[in-house]
Design a protein around this ligand. Structure first.
Ligand code: URA
Length: 210
């Protein structure tokens, strides 16, 4: 079992993902499915959060009840498609802090270039979950994680909907300490960097652009 990669093979996740892959699925339904899947994936990616206890009074007795420990976690959306995962996750983890990383690909060097960065403070004390639906080449994801590490983040997880083997390998090489949680590991990238069989351009499908 690869500790670096978790594939969430829950039937609800897999069923919803199939609906999302279908090219006839409308923007509204795609967005709704992404929101639903993001919550199921969030459940998995937060499975081992540190816990502590606090004393509470039930109507009957006092008890030491489990609560999350430490600072609020940080969700980092890799723009723009990462925002599609954010809303559902925030419904489940409403107190999470939120950051954004914007990167574009320089057409000459093919390397990711940062155009936006805003993240919560004390990243070094938080669990940081970076989210992007598509782990394709892995170049922008690896660059986003570089930025988060430069800002002090030490405990980072990466959450995506679909991963290509090329992207997983790139992330494993660049950031072996960052576990990846995904709904599926697809076959490969095509010659222009799209995941096959994939679902197309996640940003276009969720925002209705072309
Ligand atoms: N980004 C997407 O939106 N889709 C892909 O298939 C690859 C990268």
């Amino acid at each position: 079992m690869d500790q670096h990669l978790t594939i969430v093979d829950h039937p609800l996740v897999q069923h919803k993902l199939t609906l999302m892959r279908e090219k006839g699925t409308s923007t509204a339904v795609f967005r709704q499915l992404l929101r639903e899947i993001s919550q199921l994936l969030a459940y998995e990616v937060t499975r081992k959060l540190p816990m502590t206890t606090k004393k509470i009074d039930t109507p009957l007795v006092e008890m030491d009840a489990p609560v999350l420990d430490g600072r609020k976690l940080a969700l980092i959306s890799i723009l723009r498609a990462g925002n599609g995962l954010l809303d559902g996750m925030l419904e489940l983890i409403p107190s999470a802090r939120v950051g954004f990383v914007g990167l574009y690909r320089d057409e000459e060097t093919l390397q990711p270039v940062q155009y936006y960065y805003k993240a919560p403070d004390h990243l070094n004390e938080r669990l940081v979950i970076a989210v992007d639906p598509m782990l394709a080449t892995g170049n922008s994801s690896a660059a986003a994680i570089d930025l988060l590490k430069q800002a002090g983040a030490k405990n980072i997880r990466f959450l995506c909907l679909l991963a290509a083997p090329e992207g997983v390998a790139r992330m494993k090489e660049a950031h072996p300490d960052v576990p990846i949680v995904t709904a599926a590991l697809d076959e490969r990238l095509n010659e222009v960097g799209y995941i096959l069989p994939g679902l197309g351009d996640a940003g276009d499908r969720m925002f209705g652009t072309k």
